[in-house]
Each structure stands twice: as structure tokens, then as C-alpha cells.
Design a protein around this ligand. Structure first.
Ligand code: AMP
Ligand code: MG
Length: 331
């Protein structure tokens, strides 16, 4: 009798330990999924106790990003396109108003380096199309008419353009907001540990179960190689680089981030990586800092105490804000 009880106890203990083990492996094996949205591959990695529930949460996060793309992207019904095609003020969604408000603030503080009114310039160069080309100076001057920090106004959720020719393009900021929303959907579904990566725009929920998230910073001139890594939790990491979308003509690289003062691709940096509490802010700042270059770029960061940056200059030299250095390891 006594022996039977001891045996039962032993079995129970083994089962309990095995149960713990099983739960541990379920949590340390992440669920991964990818989808093409917003012109890029979106990857989501999430850890959760129940794989099926985690997969459902990831699906909901993708659906949320598709909703933001429809609201702020180049599609006909989007708020951005509605503002561009209207003659007068347009009522936009509160979410678009939030994105526009931050974009206009960064536009003003960057002296116009960040500019959400370069829609016609972007179409002229066609960098993200099958047939990109170097336009003539006259064409560029024409495409810049009606653009600039003053070209777009926002009052509450009402947006209006000043010039009939202004075309709004939220390509430098909307992806960040979509990544934030995906992370929020995952967190609301009870996921405590996840990473959302939209082609270099990342937001991290919590840390990994075993350690911090380790994010490699792409070397802008060596595909597949990293300059170093940053270790983070609950933060956004966004990179803007001249290697992401470009074409070459007569040995010159023409990429997708324009200097609004010249209408040509910005020339002072190869890449900019920004860490910040939100991907919305990090996305806008990465584009702004890219155009401003190392000195003016790091000066703009003074306005944003939670944001840190690494700027790889046109000469490949690294320029870092103090807080960025603290989280980084170099190769
Ligand atoms: P990102 O990859 O976030 O740096 O954004 C690049 C995209 O932002 C481009 O594909 C354009 O749609 C848009 N863009 C280009 N130049 C600027 C600029 N100076 N300010 C704001 N958005 C820009
Ligand atoms: Mg950006």
C-alpha cells in the first residue's frame, strides 16, 4: 500500500515536471508568419502559450495593417488621396489626423526636410516603379510646385492643401503607424512577447522569453552584413536607407528619399536607424534625419528625448546619439 502511494507520488511529480517542460517549449518556440503589405514583406514573430491563439492574433495584426494601408496609402479611397484630389478641406479619420499632426511637427522642426507633400515629385522619378528615370531640372522644378512645409494645413481632423497642385504622400511615416497598430493588436490579444518587422520598420512587444530582442543594423553597402546590433524591449527601431529602393544611371545611385530643397535624392547619408517609443515617431525621424545628415540630424533629436539615432554618413562614417551607443554592440 505504502509502496503504491510512493509510486503514485513519483508519477505525479514526473508528470508535473514534464508539464512544466511542455509549457516551456510551447513558449520558447515562436509562431512566425509573413505577408506582403504596404509594398514590402511584413514579418511577425510572437511567443504565446497557445500556438493557435497566437496565430490568430498575428492574423488580426496583419488585418489591422491592411486597414491602415487602405486609410493612408496610395489607394483611391485613402485619406491621403482624398486630400490630394479635393479642392477644399477634407475631414480625415482621427488616426490620419494623428499621423499628419506628427508629420507636420517633424516637418516644421526639420526645416522642411521631412515633407509629406512630395507626391508629384515621387511620381516623376518613378523610383518604385518598373521605369524609373532621371528627370530634367525643369520637370523637377515643376513637380516641386505646391510642395513644402506650408503646403498642407491641419485643424483638428480637417486637412487642406494650399495649392491645387499639392499631392500628399505618407510613404515616409504611415508604415510606422501601421507597425505600431500591429503591435498594439498583438498586445491586446494577450501576447507579451512579439516583433513586427515591415522591411526595416520594427516594433517590439516586451522582450523575448529568454533575453532582450537583438536587432541587427544592416550595413548599407554590404548586403546581408550587419554593422552591429541593438538590444531592446518595448521599443521601435526604424531604418531609412539609400539601398532600400534605388536605380543606377551613369554610375550614380538614385534612391527614394528626396531632399525637398533640391528635388533630388538626399546625399548626406547612406542610412539612418532611429530607436523611439513608437514606430510612428521613429519612421518620421529616420526619414527627416536621412535628409538632414549627421550634424543637423542629431541636433533635431534634441527635441525628442526618447529617440536615439545612428546615422551612417555619405562617407560611411558612423554618427551616434549618446543613448544609442548605450544599447549597441559593434562588429
Ligand atoms: P522611409 O523609407 O520611411 O525613409 O520613407 C521613404 C518614402 O517617404 C519614399 O518612398 C517617399 O514615399 C517618401 N519620401 C521621400 N522623401 C521624403 C521626404 N523628404 N520627407 C517625407 N517623405 C519622403
Ligand atoms: Mg520614414
Amino acid at each position: 500500500m505504502k509502496r503504491a502511494i510512493i509510486l503514485l507520488l513519483a508519477v505525479a511529480i514526473v508528470a508535473a515536471v514534464a508539464g512544466v517542460r511542455l509549457r516551456e517549449t510551447a513558449e520558447t518556440e515562436p509562431v512566425y508568419a509573413s505577408r506582403i503589405l504596404m509594398g514590402t514583406v511584413i514579418e511577425i514573430t510572437a511567443f504565446g502559450p497557445d500556438r493557435r491563439a497566437t496565430a490568430r492574433a498575428i492574423d488580426a495584426a496583419f488585418a489591422e495593417m491592411a486597414r491602415i494601408e487602405a486609410l493612408m496609402g496610395p489607394g483611391e479611397q485613402s485619406d491621403a488621396v482624398r486630400i490630394s484630389s479635393a479642392d477644399g478641406p477634407v475631414e480625415v479619420s482621427p488616426e490620419t489626423a494623428k499621423v499628419l499632426a506628427l508629420g507636420l511637427e517633424v516637418a516644421e522642426r526639420s526645416g522642411g526636410a521631412f515633407d509629406m507633400t512630395l507626391g508629384r515629385l515621387k511620381a516623376l522619378w518613378g523610383i518604385e516603379t518598373e521605369a524609373p528615370r532621371v528627370p530634367s531640372p525643369e520637370e523637377i522644378a515643376g513637380a516641386l510646385e505646391g510642395s513644402g512645409a506650408q503646403a498642407l494645413r491641419l485643424e483638428g481632423a480637417t486637412a487642406a492643401k494650399r495649392n491645387p497642385r499639392t499631392e500628399v504622400d505618407l510613404g515616409g511615416i504611415a508604415k510606422g503607424y501601421a507597425v505600431d497598430r500591429a503591435a498594439e493588436v498583438l498586445a491586446a490579444a494577450g501576447i507579451a512577447s512579439a516583433a513586427v518587422n515591415a522591411g526595416g520598420d520594427m516594433r517590439l512587444v516586451g522582450a523575448r522569453p529568454d533575453r532582450l530582442w537583438r536587432i541587427g543594423i544592416q550595413d548599407p553597402r554590404r548586403s546581408g552584413a550587419v554593422l552591429g546590433t541593438v538590444e531592446l524591449r518595448d521599443a521601435a527601431v526604424v531604418t531609412s536607407g539609400d539601398y532600400e529602393r534605388f536605380f543606377e544611371h551613369d554610375g550614380v545611385r538614385y534612391h527614394h528619399i528626396f531632399d525637398p530643397r533640391t528635388g533630388y535624392p538626399a546625399r548626406t547619408a547612406q542610412s539612418v536607424t532611429v530607436t523611439a517609443p513608437s514606430a510612428l515617431l521613429a519612421d518620421a525621424l529616420a526619414t527627416a534625419l536621412f535628409v538632414l545628415g549627421p550634424e543637423e540630424g542629431l541636433a533635431l533629436l534634441e527635441h525628442y528625448p526618447g529617440a536615439e539615432a545612428l546615422i551612417v554618413g555619405a562617407d560611411a562614417e558612423l554618427h551616434l546619439s549618446e543613448g544609442f551607443e548605450a544599447n549597441a554592440t559593434w562588429r
